[in-house]
Design a protein. Structure first.
Lengths: 396, 332, 298
């Protein structure tokens, strides 16, 4: 009996001693010459792993182009894989903010996780740059001086499609998406734009996330016979919808339109089912500006991959931070000046130049794109310099 | 009858170690251990069901997550809720949900029971994920931590992370003691009897359904306590806290630590969470990012634990002593 | 909704249900005959889908991919049973749950290491690419009709195997009384190994034939697993008949739940709560018959 107790006690005491030892490591004073601690909280495993990698690549490319330093200071990275799991979001954010004491937190992809990060950084005051998650609240009801976004709000890419369709004489539209924040906010955006331009959304269809059983809803759409259908899906859901759409014979009979994420990153997995589908997004293939061409070349050379909208967003996050730190010459304690610099920035981005709104979200051009072959070819600008209305934001 | 019962002395040492931790550890580690202790309470509540009553619930997180949501609702926006009132409310709601689900699922047993508890928890998940009741998939905030005021007097403040730590530690000790007392009582004997042979208990005249239901509800209430503090710690509740992955995690803790001992549940919680942390911090090996695939290592660890440790981690001691005895016997 | 649409929705529901049946049948067999609760069942579905993806690229044909995939799935099933599952027969369900949960983690990560985390599509075979026009706007893909036919054929095959063959009789006897069958000189270990391999193969095959109409992505097994559990609970453990009926029921409930609208006093219940419908169905069945529609009592 005593042997078992001894084992139990010893094991626990060993663990406790180890933890106490690690915990008592000296705190380093953060002098100005010290490295900037950048926390990267992104998904590196699971469905969104590719996006996490693309964003990281883009960010590091921007840093490399800045000479490997920001504001004259070197950089130390702290990485956390958030697994796109909202239940661990605050834990993971806390790891970076409290344990690793990062100066900036870059993240994330999934909106649920982003809400966890926003909670933590609003309390800690840590500078936070969001290179993807489109939850409106992050630069809306929960906006804060230390929170910036370089991507989009779910509302933004969807809103312009409303006017585009109305201008073509389309009157009745059915919408379809998953029942989650991103889908609902996108549909809201589209609806706002469409009804403002004179159209009517006759029915809003929803599917529980992440179900991809579209058949009953496609049957329903066929019986309603709208002029067009607007959807929000991404990744695997997008592939299935496009395939099912064609197999149900709806392709060519009823127009299928969507927010750009429907066709982004998935064209490799499709044959010709997606040909001709038009979407709106703040990036696309064939933007013939020198900046975009150089960016794509450098990215491909460095990472042996083609960049996508996520890489651009990560890259812009790097540009944003670089501009801010340059203005304060690397002194992050000058928060007011830092935030002001970041607010007044004009980013020369591969997607086109954009500025920061008062709520800290990009004011950017939204492109109209069409699927041609394996590309989302930009066919025009659906809306110039669109700003998210940032409902509920009390800043500026 | 468990053969392995750590003496009171060992438990006392552990308690003291935990009590003095905040003086030695940084903020992050105090918060980490707070989180682990919350999970330990959660694990103990499940151990009551799994280890002591023999009811394998794969949907226990429903009660854990619900309490967090209740706190979020009870807290008026941008203001603090009263700790005592909101905690009681949260635990009561979890208990009610456990009652509603328990009445249905306890009609089944064995494999069915496992599956229906999972399915019902999924249902609760869908309610919070798909509807606008509570922020949907993106979750909901508890803006300000609850205030522990009784008629104006505040014995402690949860905003202070050290206070928060001690409150949870006190609750951990309290729940442990209370469960020990309960399980040693006549009620506890009946429960043990039901786990071993329900038919026999029924033939002895016990209304086993009622006893099982009481346990189910009690386990739900305690899970609610854990869930309340989990939500209060960082102020963010999302549907995943109700999900089956959370249920699976806590079940693993209970089994891994050694079911039916309460101490095992606590040990399992510490072991799983520290193991996860440790695996995620592993350095690269042979060019491969080991830490990235930590779940693979965890999975392998679990498989080996099941095959080699029939009584969980607490059984390690027994295994060690058995191995030590063999050479001694051979020498004779 | 008009009569045409209603009929088509019924067809949709049945077709979805048949695919569910295919996946769930393996689970109910393993549960009913071996008493093993296998949380990794959804993972085998995923494995099947990924096999279909990679092998169809390798062979250039989905048919060969399926053939090869089934062989691999059977091999995996045999190996798993021999190495791991066989050690769980005498142990609590709890340890089966824990071990198979560990298997989920292992398989998911192996999939990530071997195949990466991308989302993939699998092309429908040439022969089945057509669509049959049903109304002026809607056509029905031939491939889905073929899938339903395959599911029905397999269901019939399983029924024949279990009810009408000696092997089936032995399996049924073994599930009722393992020791007795063993004392009769029948190699029960080999039998169980075969049943487990069959269950795994069924799940993997379901993943393979569903791959062209679903997409192949990480975590695709999770949702399937839970719905399978609901099918088995409603149908009754070990009953292939029950699984079929339950699967069709669930297919119909899920289908109509997502398109109907239903309010009570200003509260929109459908389609808001369509995700919950199948669990409500399960609750209803549990209230009436706790052992499922065709399950054995006790």
């Amino acid at each position: 009996m005593s042997k078992n107790q001894a084992f139990d006690r010893r094991a626990f005491l060993k663990t406790a001693a180890a933890v106490a030892g690690v915990a008592s490591l000296p705190n380093f004073a953060f002098a100005q010459g010290a490295k900037i601690r950048i926390g990267m909280m992104l998904p590196y495993t699971g469905t969104y792993a590719q996006l996490g990698v693309a964003i990281t690549n883009g960010f590091k490319l921007a840093v490399a182009e800045s000479g490997g330093k920001l504001g004259g200071r070197e950089i130390e990275y702290f990485t956390v894989d958030d697994e796109s799991d909202p239940s661990k979001a605050t834990d993971n954010a806390n790891k970076l903010v409290t344990r690793d004491k990062v100066d900036v937190l870059i993240g994330t992809v999934h909106s649920g996780v982003e809400m966890g990060i926003v909670k933590v950084v609003r309390e800690s005051g840590t500078l936070h740059i969001n290179p993807n998650a489109g939850a409106g609240a992050a630069t809306g009801a929960l906006c804060a001086p230390n929170i910036f976004r370089t991507s989009f709000t779910n509302w933004q890419p969807a809103y312009p499609m409303g006017k585009v369709l109305a201008d073509r004489g389309i009157k009745k539209v059915v919408t379809l998406t998953w029942k989650y924040g991103a889908g609902e906010e996108a549909i809201e955006g589209f609806k706002e734009g469409f009804t403002k331009a004179g159209g009517t959304v006759v029915k809003e269809l929803y599917l529980p996330f992440p179900s991809v059983e579209f058949q009953p809803l496609l049957t329903e759409i066929a019986s309603i016979k709208p002029d067009a259908v607007f959807v929000f899906f991404a990744g695997g859901g997008g592939i299935k919808l496009i395939k099912d759409w064609k197999a149900a014979g709806l392709k060519g009979k009823i127009g299928l339109f969507g927010s750009g994420f429907l066709t982004d990153g998935i064209l490799e997995a499709l044959g010709d089912e997606a040909e001709g589908i038009e979407t709106t997004l703040h990036y696309g293939d064939g933007i013939e500006t020198p900046k975009n061409k150089t960016f794509r070349l450098n990215y491909a050379k460095t990472y042996k991959l083609q960049p996508d909208v996520y890489a651009v967003q990560g890259y812009d996050a790097g540009l944003l931070l670089a501009a801010g730190l340059k203005a304060v010459k690397g002194d992050m304690s000058k928060k007011k000046e830092l935030y002001a610099a970041m607010e007044n920035v004009k980013i020369d981005s591969p997607r086109g130049a954009w500025t920061m709104s008062k709520a800290h979200n990009p004011i950017q051009d939204i492109y109209l794109r069409k699927v041609v072959g394996k590309e989302n070819k930009v066919t025009g600008v659906a809306h110039k310099a669109l700003s998210d209305p940032a409902r509920g934001c009390k800043m500026g | 009858m468990r053969l392995l019962r750590p003496a009171g002395a060992v438990l006392l040492i552990c308690l003291v170690a935990l009590a003095v931790l905040p003086w030695f550890a940084e903020k992050y580690y105090v918060q980490l251990f707070t989180k682990i202790m919350i999970m330990a309470i959660f694990a103990m509540s499940l151990d009551l069901l799994v280890g002591f009553t023999g009811l394998v619930s794969l949907g226990h997180a429903a009660y854990f997550g619900l309490a967090g949501y209740v706190l979020a609702f009870a807290a008026p926006q941008y203001e603090a809720a009263n700790l005592w009132l909101s905690l009681a409310l949260a635990m009561a709601c979890s208990g009610l949900l456990a009652l509603a689900i328990g009445v249905l699922v306890l009609r089944t047993s064995g494999i069915y029971f496992i599956m229906v508890t999972l399915a019902f928890a999924q249902m609760v998940f869908f309610v919070f994920h798909d509807t606008k009741i509570a922020g949907g998939a993106d979750g909901i905030y508890v803006y300000v931590k609850p205030v522990a005021a009784i008629a104006g007097w505040e014995p402690f403040t949860l905003e202070n992370y050290t206070h928060f730590y001690f409150v949870v530690l006190a609750l951990l000790a309290l729940v442990y003691a209370a469960l020990r007392v309960l399980l040693a009582s006549p009620f506890g004997r009946v429960i043990a009897g039901i786990r071993v042979n329900e038919q026999r208990m029924r033939s002895l005249g016990f209304r086993t359904f009622r006893y099982k239901l009481v346990c189910f509800v009690l386990a739900g209430v305690l899970a609610g306590m854990a869930g309340y503090f989990a939500a209060a710690q960082f102020g963010f509740v999302s549907p995943e806290t109700l999900g089956w992955h959370q249920s699976g995690k806590v079940l693993m803790m209970v089994i891994l630590g050694g079911m039916g001992t309460l101490t095992g549940a606590v040990l399992g919680a510490f072991a799983m969470m520290l193991l996860e942390l440790g695996l995620q911090g592993l350095p690269d090996f042979g060019g491969m990012e080991v830490a990235k695939h930590w779940q693979l290592l965890l999975g392998v660890f679990i498989v080996f634990a099941v095959l080699l440790l029939p009584h969980g981690l607490l059984g390690l001691g027994r295994l060690a002593s058995r191995l030590r005895r063999k050479p001694a016997e051979a020498a004779e | 909704m008009d009569a045409n649409t209603f009929l088509i929705q019924v067809l949709n529901g049945i077709q979805y249900g048949l695919l569910l049946f295919l996946v769930a049948s393996g689970l109910t067999l393993i549960l009913g005959i071996m008493g093993i609760i296998n949380l990794a069942h959804g993972t085998f579905y995923m494995v099947g889908a990924y096999l279909a993806f990679s092998l169809s690229q390798y062979f250039g044909s989905l048919w060969l991919a399926m053939a090869g995939g089934v062989v691999i799935a059977v091999a995996i099933g045999l190996a798993l049973e021999w190495l791991l599952i066989s050690r769980l027969y005498h142990r609590d369900h709890l340890y089966q749950v824990l071990l198979t949960y560990g298997l989920i983690l292992i398989f998911e990560e192996l999939r990530s290491v071997v195949f990466g985390d991308d989302v993939h599509g699998v092309a429908v075979p040439e022969a089945l690419r057509a669509s049959i026009p049903l109304t002026e706007t809607l056509s029905y893909p031939v491939y889905r009709l073929w899938m339903s036919a395959v599911c029905l054929a397999l269901a019939a095959g399983m029924y024949l195997l279990i009810q009408k063959t000696r092997l089936g009789m032995t399996i049924r006897a073994g599930s009722a009384n393992r020791e007795m069958v063993q004392s009769l000189g029948i190699n029960i270990n080999l039998l169980y190994r075969l049943v487990f391999a069959l269950g795994v193969a069924l799940a993997a095959f379901a993943g393979m034939i569903a791959a062209p109409v679903a997409s192949v992505f990480p975590g695709m097994g999770n949702q399937v697993l839970i719905v399978c559990f609901v099918v088995v609970v409603i149908g009754g453990i070990g009953s292939v008949k029950g699984a079929m009926l339950a699967a069709i029921l669930i297919g119909l409930v899920d289908t109509f739940g997502s398109v109907l609208t239903f309010r009570i006093g200003g509260v929109q219940l459908l389609p808001e709560l369509s995700g919950m419908m199948i669990y409500l169905l399960m609750a209803a069945v549990l209230l009436a018959r706790p052992e499922g529609l065709f399950g054995r009592r006790g």
